[in-house]
Design a protein around this ligand. Structure first.
Ligand SMILES: Nc1ncnc2c1ncn2[C@@H]1O[C@H](COP(=O)(O)OP(=O)(O)OP(=O)(O)O)[C@@H](O)[C@H]1O
Ligand SMILES: [Mg+2]
Length: 467
């Protein structure tokens, strides 16, 4: 589009031409009035003169006129060009301020608009960035549908949970996406009822808590819906563990208590008058109450270790001493099963709680003895490297199936319940071992082969971070 300046100039030139042409025609009539006997030749001469005069006036007026027009239209043209640039999104464009042109107010106003737009666009960009960071770092999956019912926002956590990508989802309706049916139903319900929907769904191995809500604008207008998902797998798992734990404790306590109660009732019903029965039953009651005692002690022990503020009494201890004490404690049990314990512990010292380490070794040795055949051998070895000491107990026992290994250190977990109970086991021994070693900053590992034997290995770091 041509500038205002050129359009006005053309208009001015045309108008001036018409004006002067008119003037020329009018003036031409005067030739006859001034001189009645004018010859044709003189009249032509006059005409030439008039035309020449009009042409000169035309050119001079045009020249001056165009200059004046330019002076007034130049700033307007600048402002127009600036406004066009701003309209295209270049908020940095500014109109020059011409102090003499008298049009600076318009330029100032346009520049102010440009500045405001620039600030608004910076603010918008910042807001957008902030929203993006928030949406991405919120940790929970987020999916948003716009007014027209298609996806217009989702975050990385959502992509990860459902294994989809942004490009696949943006612009699609919930029915086109192909999300799990349970999840689709929640979205559908929010769309249909325009009410908040909160439900738990299962997706592959995870449990998700899904919260869907309509997004209502300030004036009550419907803007779409938002769906947020939290991964609650860990909470559900902990809840299961808690339930299991309560069930297990109750079960473990019930067995000896039922037995004690039964025998006491039998005694009271008359059996106590028979000295042989009396002695037998009392012995059973003693054994069962001993079991209860061990169980409650172990439970207290575990909860003590787990409690915050659990303190280890650390000092430099000799592994040989630890192993010697543990062997002494379990020697009666080993002798009864005619088992040999080979001690290959090297002269190594480590910063640890001696009593706790002995407790760990006694637990491992007791297991090695209980779950091995008579006459087999147990080997205790100790090594060290630059970072840690490694203590292992190897038996030639029955071994543990690979699928059992991951759960071995759980409380009350026993591979063979009947056999373990027979040996007086509560299933808490390895849980205690694990907690005690972890309290030392170390870890426990187990390797086993059915029928060949099992090796439990303890790693204790030489330098532990002081808590
Ligand atoms: N050396 C081993 N060889 C084979 N199985 C073992 C061995 N050590 C542990 N197990 C298995 O792991 C289970 C858990 O052991 P854990 O020491 O925690 O409990 P427990 O021996 O049954 O009872 P306690 O609390 O009295 O130790 C045992 O029931 C047993 O089935
Ligand atoms: Mg045990």
């Amino acid at each position: 589009m041509s500038s205002l300046h050129s359009r006005l100039s053309v208009a001015f030139a045309v108008m001036l031409f018409i004006l002067l042409a008119g003037l020329g025609i009018v003036l031409g009539q005067f030739f006859q009035l001034i001189d009645h006997e004018i010859t044709k030749e003189v009249e032509i001469k006059y005409w030439y003169f008039l035309l020449f005069f009009l042409l000169i006036s035309y050119l001079i007026t045009l020249f001056i006129g165009i200059r004046v027009i330019r002076q007034y239209t130049k700033p307007i043209d600048h402002v127009k060009r600036t406004a066009q640039l701003i309209a295209k999104g270049d908020y940095l464009a500014r109109a020059p301020i011409d102090k003499n042109g008298g049009q600076d107010e318009l330029a100032l106003a346009v520049n102010q608009i440009a500045r405001n737009l620039q600030e608004t666009s910076i603010l918008r960009a910042m807001e957008k960035e902030r929203l993006k960071t928030l949406v991405e770092s919120m940790g929970s999956g987020l999916l948003m549908f716009g007014r027209e019912g298609s996806v217009n926002l989702l975050n990385g956590a959502f992509e990860e949970t459902f294994g989809v990508t942004r490009e696949q989802l943006i612009g699609k309706t919930y029915m086109e996406i192909g999300l799990p049916t349970d999840f689709e139903r929640i979205i559908e319900d929010v769309f249909l009822t325009e009410q908040v929907q909160e439900r738990q769904i299962r997706h592959r191995q995870s449990f998700l808590s899904v919260y869907g809500a309509p997004v209502i604008g300030r004036h009550g207008n419907w803007l779409g819906i938002i769906v947020v998902l939290h991964d609650i797998t860990e909470i559900i798992r902990l809840e299961e563990i808690r339930k299991d734990f309560v069930a297990n404790v109750s079960h473990e306590l019930r067995t000896p208590i039922t037995s004690i109660k039964g025998f006491i009732e039998t005694l009271l019903d008359g059996a106590m008058k028979e000295p042989v029965l009396l002695k037998d039953f009392l012995e059973i009651i003693q054994k069962e109450s001993e079991r209860l005692h061990v169980l409650v002690n172990d439970l207290l022990e575990l909860s003590g270790i787990e409690r915050e503020g659990f303190q280890l009494n650390k000092r430099q201890v000799s592994l040989q001493e630890i192993v010697k004490d543990a062997k002494k404690i379990t020697s009666g049990l080993a002798e009864r099963k005619n088992m040999r314990i080979i001690d290959e512990t090297a002269a190594i010292t480590v910063m640890a709680d001696a009593d706790r380490l002995i407790q760990v070794m006694v637990n491992l040795l007791t297991n090695a003895i209980n779950y091995s055949k008579e006459g087999t051998t147990i080997t205790i070895a100790a090594l060290e490297n630059a970072h840690e000491v490694i203590l292992s107990v190897t038996d030639e026992g029955m071994g543990i199936e690979a699928k059992e290994l991951p759960r071995l250190f759980e409380r009350f977990y026993r591979v063979d319940r009947a056999r373990s109970r027979e040996s007086g086991g509560t299933g808490l021994g390895l849980a205690i071992v694990k907690h005690l070693i972890e309290a030392h900053g170390g870890k426990v590992a187990v390797e086993s082969e059915i029928g060949k034997g099992t090796t439990f290995t303890i790693y204790i770091p030489k330098r532990t971070k002081e808590l």
